[in-house]
Design a protein around this ligand. Structure first.
Ligand code: SF4
Ligand code: SF4
Length: 101
């Protein structure tokens, strides 16, 4: 399951550099994947790109954004439910040059 950022975000920016997939963007900043640029998902608060969030599977045992967020506003996104195998497949596609068990 990808995570999402709720409206309680205080725009502190702590989560963005911690994401191993560069799935977190500041509000209003376009996101990128495979050389393509896409419109921001949010203009006002930080946001997570579902296509790039793997719940940190492959990199860490815990979701890094959840660990660092001071207001606990990184939560599971019910619209993007994925099992562990799907998340592992996703992280492999995001980092084709790395191996994940
Ligand atoms: Fe990035 Fe991990 Fe947070 Fe997903 S759970 S946005 S991969 S830090
Ligand atoms: Fe928003 Fe939390 Fe990220 Fe800070 S760490 S920008 S409050 S989601």
């Amino acid at each position: 399951m990808a995570l999402m950022i709720t409206e309680e975000c205080i725009n502190c920016g702590a989560c963005e550099p911690e994401c191993p997939n560069e799935a977190i963007y500041e509000g209003g900043v376009p996101w990128e994947l495979n050389g393509e640029t896409h419109d921001p998902i949010s203009d006002d608060i930080y946001y997570i790109v579902p296509e790039k969030c793997t719940e940190c599977v492959g990199h860490y045992d815990e979701s890094q954004c959840v660990s660092v967020c001071p207001v606990d506003c990184c939560v599971p996104d019910p619209k993007h439910q994925e099992d562990h195998a799907t998340l592992l497949e996703k992280v492999r596609k995001l980092h084709p040059d790395q191996k994940f068990d």
